[in-house]
Design a binder for this molecule. Structure first.
Ligand code: PLP
Length: 395
């Protein structure tokens, strides 16, 4: 707030403070030096986090790891896919997702994504036959048609992994996102609803998948005994699987645990803030926020919208510049150099067919962070800056 009472451009990049309760626990851990999840006989912060997260999600098993990418990789490995198996992923996701597929010795098959940021079901159905697995990124928290995806995959007996990196708190027809597929993966990297700088967690109801993922995450020797249940499954896999050592350490769990009770409030605030800005943007003839699919209840901490109607690349760049002058940074996914969410930059995949629908979307889809801590006045400032910038260029 400026001295004259005017709202200054809000800072959307700073994270929220970590709850005070984390400090005491971190101090205790620093004094004892007990940072490794398997040192304590029981009650290690990582084990407690797993128990609390599984309870919160209504899942049987949770495995905390070093990142969501590690959770995706371990999920693919837990499925025991043959080398070279095709894994369908949306073409609109973060580069870490095709990377996890490659890391697991599988081949990513990119599926077209529409202007509503969701998987194109015709392209999905066409590419599904023969796939070893499907990995659905709910990119930026946008949920694709999970009913249609699950119906096709169940009929073909193809396992589904949900990449719910951005989707903690989102629901689909009353079910928690991440619990619909065989495995669900979440990120605790900064810029996510729960922030530990880095970290991830995998959930599943399947005891064999859980046991395999636990061992491969680095539960060497008899450390699997510190994970509840599953004794028989672990015996089956002991010494049979590689140890990829992707464990979470206790300090991360100490930062995450006190944030879990705040998730519901953050989700409600994030949704209200998002919808407030979306309503204003949709009033502009030049901007449009695609609606969620009817079964989805979102948990957004950012907003995506399209430049509606006819915009040239030069006009889209002029819009970004005008928004910047008004104090708001806008990313147009396809226009920024080396953007990790633009599939044509994933050169590590080698030759790829073009995906005209996804490409067209990326060239006009805009992204603005809306951290859940923003006040209504700050949200209104952002909305006014975006609508004003569109007017500057098109009005
Ligand atoms: C859609 C999506 N999936 C997966 C990841 C990977 O998460 P992490 O950074 O925890 O590995 C990200 C990262 O932001 C992401 O955006």
């Amino acid at each position: 707030m400026a001295p004259d009472g005017q709202i200054l451009a809000p800072n959307v990049y700073d994270a929220e403070p970590i709850p005070d309760a984390a400090r005491l626990e971190i101090e205790r851990l620093l004094i004892s030096g007990d940072l490794f999840r398997y040192t304590a006989a029981e009650g290690a912060p990582v084990a407690l986090l797993e128990q609390e997260f599984a309870e919160m999600m209504g899942s049987r098993y949770a495995l905390a790891v070093s990142s969501c990418s590690a959770a995706l990789f371990l999920s693919l490995k837990a499925l025991d896919l043959p080398r070279g198996a095709r894994v369908l992923i949306p073409a609109f996701t973060f580069a870490a997702v095709p990377s996890a597929v490659v890391h697991a010795d599988c081949v990513p098959v990119l599926v077209e994504v529409g202007s509503n940021y969701r998987v194109d079901m015709d392209d999905f159905a066409a590419k599904l036959p023969g796939a070893g697995a499907v990995l659905i990124s709910h990119m930026r928290g946008h949920t694709s048609d999970m009913d249609a995806i699950m119906a096709l995959c169940d009929a073909a007996r193809i396992p589904v992994i949900e990449d719910a990196a951005h989707s903690l708190g989102t629901q689909w027809a009353g079910r928690k996102i991440g619990t619909i597929g065989k495995l669900g993966c979440f990120s605790f990297q900064s810029y996510k609803l729960v922030n530990a700088g880095e970290g991830g967690i995998l959930i599943t109801d399947d005891p064999e998948l859980a046991a395999r993922a636990v061992i491969m995450s680095g539960a060497y020797e008899q450390n699997w005994k510190k994970h509840p249940g599953l004794q028989n499954s672990y015996m089956l896999w002991q010494n049979k699987l590689p140890l990829y050592n992707m464990r979470m350490q206790n300090l991360s769990a100490a930062v995450i645990r006190p944030q879990l009770p705040e998730v519901d409030a953050r989700v409600a605030k994030g949704r209200a803030g998002h919808d407030r800005v979306a309503a204003r943007l949709n009033d502009s003839a030049w901007l449009s926020v695609p609606p969620a699919l009817p079964p989805e209840e979102r948990a957004p901490d950012s907003i995506q919208f399209n430049l509606a109607g006819d915009w040239s690349d030069a006009e889209a760049r002029a819009f970004q510049a005008a928004a910047k002058r008004r104090g708001v940074s806008v990313q147009v996914f396809g226009l920024s150099q080396d953007n990790a969410r633009a599939f044509w930059n994933w050169q590590f995949l080698g030759e790829m067919p073009d995906l005209p629908q996804t490409r067209a979307m990326l060239m006009r889809a805009c992204d603005v962070r809306l951290p859940t801590r923003l006040s209504e006045a700050e949200l209104d400032f952002i909305a006014a800056a975006l609508v004003g910038a569109a007017e500057d260029v098109k009005g």
